[in-house]
Design a protein around this ligand. Structure first.
Ligand code: ADP
Ligand code: MG
Length: 343
């Protein structure tokens, strides 16, 4: 069997705060194969960003402590030196954030920033670096790139800035791109364009992608596999088709039930009430039980473990409900959603 590109094992990250210890990531394991797109989905505050910041070694060591393993091509990034980590981040893993303005330097022209990044990684002349920058701007669909290369970041729209960030991420031809809510700040049309671009580039360049989003719709567009996170843990995982065809965790039902619908008349059966818990003091037992319409006494006491109950060994969920109930509820929800979409 080939080695996964990224193999994250029992990852935990906690922050010391004035109010106590925040366990932002609490025993998360997953793998990413070369060229694969993994979607990580969950409401705000579920630990998606901290998971990826921990993988990249970007938490502030003054406040954050992490444990577990982050095996990137077999090398544990939690244990390597800072300089090695910088090397990996510069050459093999790239990140795209929600707000490109925070990653672009406002006082330098776009072309210069891209060219400088090219020079950092390739032994090329200034002129060649600019040529490469131009080529990248064209590859990410910046219209009139020859002229826009001399513009400053603030002269670009949000969508165009995100394209520039994607160009920046592609410079070293990374094996893994981590995109944290890359389209969340954009309007729906631009969002669709950027997702299509990412998907196309992922196919052309063959990079693996971790796509973090609070939006299951985004996952449906781009991901091969999905992890659903709730309150610092994975509550469900599987191939995207199997998650959408047969979601087996009540939290995933909630996320699916609240997707924007074509038919507004269909009742949103599975809207999730309330808010995600504070990670200072999360609920005992299943962390989702206070918001779960299906909660049973055992859910208040015992922490459910991830297990495969659908017959598909790659599809796992952490829920005490019996397999039959999960199958029945999943079928009912999917039938309702499908009916709504057809009307
Ligand atoms: P998501 O990306 O899913 O919205 P995050 O990973 O950003 O969630 O955050 C997970 C939890 O960790 C949240 O409760 C958040 O408040 C907490 N958290 C994130 N960063 C810090 C930090 N630097 N110090 C303390 N708590 C943090
Ligand atoms: Mg986040």
């Amino acid at each position: 069997m080939s080695e996964p590109l990224l193999d994250v094992r029992d990852l935990r990250t906690e922050f010391s705060t004035d109010d106590g210890i925040v366990r932002a990531v609490d025993g998360v394991s997953f793998k990413v194969e070369p060229g694969q797109v993994l979607g990580i989905v969950g409401e705000s505050g579920s630990g998606k960003s901290v998971t990826c910041l921990t993988v990249m070694g970007l938490n502030d060591p003054k406040f954050a402590v992490s444990s577990g393993e982050v095996l990137f091509r077999g090398e544990d990034l939690l244990k390597v030196s800072k300089s090695r980590l910088r090397e990996v981040r510069g050459n093999e893993i790239a990140m795209i954030f929600q707000d490109p303005m925070t990653s672009l330097n406002p006082v330098h022209k776009i072309g210069r920033q891209l060219a400088e990044a090219v020079v950092l990684h390739e032994d090329v002349s200034r002129k060649q670096a600019y040529a490469r920058a131009l080529e990248l701007l064209k590859a990410v669909g910046i219209p009139r790139a020859e002229r826009r290369i001399d513009d400053y970041p603030h002269q670009f729209s949000g969508g165009m800035r995100q394209r520039v960030m994607i160009a920046m991420a592609l410079i070293n031809n990374p094996d893994l791109i981590i995109a944290d809510e890359p389209t969340t700040a954009l309007d729906v049309t631009t969002q669709a364009q950027i997702l299509a671009l990412l998907k196309r580039l992922q196919e052309d360049f063959g990079s693996a992608v971790i796509m973090i989003t609070h939006d299951l719709g985004v996952v449906a567009e781009v991901a091969d596999d999905v992890i659903v996170m709730y309150a610092a843990r994975i509550v469900e995982r599987g191939a995207v088709r199997s998650i959408f065809n047969e979601p087996r965790h009540p939290y995933t039902w909630g996320l699916m039930g609240s997707l924007p619908r074509l038919d507004v008349n269909v009742e949103r059966l599975y809207q999730i009430p309330g808010q995600p818990p504070s990670l200072l003091n999360p609920p005992v037992g299943c962390r989702f039980h206070p918001r779960c319409a299906f909660a049973m006494p055992v859910c208040r006491e015992k922490d459910p473990r991830l297990e495969a109950t659908s017959g598909d060994p790659a599809h796992e969920e952490a829920c005490h409900l019996d397999g039959e109930t999960k199958s029945r509820e999943a079928a009912a929800l999917v039938a309702t959603l499908t009916a709504g979409a057809v009307v």
